[in-house]
Write a protein that binds this ligand. Structure first.
Ligand SMILES: [Zn+2]
Ligand SMILES: [Zn+2]
Ligand SMILES: [Zn+2]
Ligand SMILES: [Zn+2]
Ligand SMILES: [Zn+2]
Ligand SMILES: [Zn+2]
Length: 491
């Protein structure tokens, strides 16, 4: 039902060149949302409404009747016209009144036929099934028996999932009004299917609406003006209004789309095993990763080597002098032939892909923290802390997830970025955020039991505030860069 691509893509289904395309963006910028999703949820946003099927249908009908009152044409015709103008009423009326030739306008909009067939008198043979029967049809006078119409419409509704259906005659572009469609189909399930399709089409072509991608949600989010931004559905799903994917700041929608496609297409990445075990770089015994934190401690009691899961280098080496987040472009020196170039490109890509997946994996593993933290909060409440006082732990887990998600997308962002002074600043922000995120993760995964409550609270709060700040610095820098067009991409 949800076709992200079509809405996002330039020139979706029926966009004709004379139509207003308010939905389209330059798309290299990404709008900002400073709050984390959890903050966002707590704050009622007047600018973003969640609508279920019935309210969507009611809105659609309201828009239709408003136009109907002005244009004095049938409801079904109004719906077709509004659909053509992506449910932008003003734009439709403006074009309608500005157009020098109303008939031509209506022909273009496929609501009146280009030409009318002459009808012979009396019963005739149905062209489709060849039976002699009472024939009926549309204003183009293309006719068939009722059974053939019904079969044709049923097929369009069921197989093609269409609610804008053209006349059965080949080359006749006339769209069939809803009243007409409903006069041929009578089966209640078919009628309700058709109504669902009308609402779906209303949502999908309307720039101010988007289906929530949440599984089995079925609601749509409505905004007052179009821009790439984080929206939150009443079911809790957070997504990018512009492309319907997970919120992906600082990556823009165009690069996200390319990135997802690249990850799917590339046979190399198919081989990326969700590796939960790696050998300790020192003693070589296999170490299992069962938490999100990338600071690993070898479980071999004779070794206890601390290393970075991402790069396998000693953890102590990481810090403000050394970070492993940047790809060393000089790793491959002056590739000579095509094969060397493609190998170098692949190596570079795998570097970013690996880190992207690494943070995604951490995000999954840190999901377990919710249970752990809930237990701890209960325990703290039993030790005389109030409900409000223990909420900092939940907040810390939320912020950790936000940071993991941001980090994931920073690696896709970095993949498309050319090396220059700005990308160096970005990389240092990224290294910083990564380092702080690992520390926050470490606190929550390891240190919950080791501290007295007052120290723990202080420590966790200080850390998550600082991490949030690092995240904001990074995202602000990316957003400002997009606004000022400073990012050099290698598409
Ligand atoms: Zn027939
Ligand atoms: Zn026709
Ligand atoms: Zn939802
Ligand atoms: Zn997007
Ligand atoms: Zn070891
Ligand atoms: Zn590392």
């Amino acid at each position: 039902m949800n076709s992200d691509d079509e809405i996002y893509m330039e020139g979706s289904a029926s966009s004709e060149d004379d139509m207003d395309d308010e939905c389209l963006s330059d798309d290299d910028g990404i709008a900002r949302h400073d709050q984390s999703a959890s903050d966002y949820l707590n704050k009622k946003d007047k600018d973003n409404e969640v609508l279920d099927h019935d309210s969507l249908e009611a809105e659609m009908k309201k828009a239709i009747s408003e136009v109907e009152a002005v244009l004095q044409v049938k409801t079904g015709v109004c719906r077709i016209l509004l659909h053509k103008y992506k449910w932008n009423k003003e734009s439709l009326l403006e074009r309608f009144y500005e157009h020098p030739d109303t008939i031509a306008f209506l022909i273009d909009a496929q609501v009146i036929p280009r030409q009318q067939e002459v009808i012979p008198a009396g019963d005739a043979e149905c062209d489709i099934c060849c039976s002699m029967d009472e024939l009926s049809g549309l204003s183009c006078n293309h006719r068939a028996c009722a059974e053939c119409w019904q079969a044709y419409l049923t097929n369009k509704i069921v197989s093609d999932a269409q609610s804008e259906i053209e006349c059965m005659a080949p080359n006749c572009k006339l769209l069939i009004e809803d009243e007409k469609v409903l006069s041929y189909i009578s089966d209640p399930t078919m009628v309700s299917k058709y109504r669902k399709l009308m609402v779906a089409s209303y949502v999908e072509i309307n720039c101010l609406l988007r289906w929530c991608p949440g599984i089995d949600c079925g609601k749509a989010v409505k905004v007052s003006h179009w821009e790439p931004r984080l929206v939150v559905c009443s079911c809790g799903t957070c997504f990018c209004f512009s492309c319907g994917q997970n919120w992906h700041e600082p990556l823009n929608c165009r690069h996200l789309k390319k990135w997802i496609k690249k990850c799917q297409d590339d046979s190399e990445t198919m081989n990326w095993i969700n590796a939960n075990t790696k050998d300790c770089p020192k003693c070589m015994i296999p170490i299992e990763k069962n938490g999100g934190c990338n600071r690993m401690l070898c479980t071999n009691s004779g070794c206890r080597y601390e290393f970075c899961w991402m790069c396998l280098e000693p953890w102590t080496k990481h810090g403000y002098q050394y970070a492993c987040n940047g790809y060393d472009e000089t790793a491959v020196k002056n590739p000579q032939d095509a094969q060397e170039i493609s190998r170098a490109n692949l190596k570079r890509y795998l570097f970013y892909f690996n880190r992207y997946m690494g943070h995604e994996q951490s995000l999954q593993l840190e999901g377990k923290l919710n249970i752990k933290v809930a237990k701890k909060m209960e325990q703290m409440e039993n030790m005389s802390m109030s409900w409000i006082e223990v909420q900092f732990l939940r907040k810390a887990v939320d912020i950790l997830s936000e940071c993991r998600r941001t980090l994931m997308y920073t690696y896709a962002f970095a993949f498309y970025l050319k090396k220059d002074n700005n990308s160096i600043i970005f990389e240092s922000n990224q290294a910083n955020l990564e380092m702080e995120t690992e520390q926050l993760s470490g606190f929550l995964e390891r240190d919950l039991e080791d501290e007295d409550l007052v120290t723990l609270k202080q420590k966790v709060q200080d850390k998550y505030r600082y991490v949030e700040q690092r995240r904001k610095v990074l995202l602000d820098h990316c957003a400002e860069g997009a606004e000022q067009d400073i990012w050099q991409y290698n598409d």
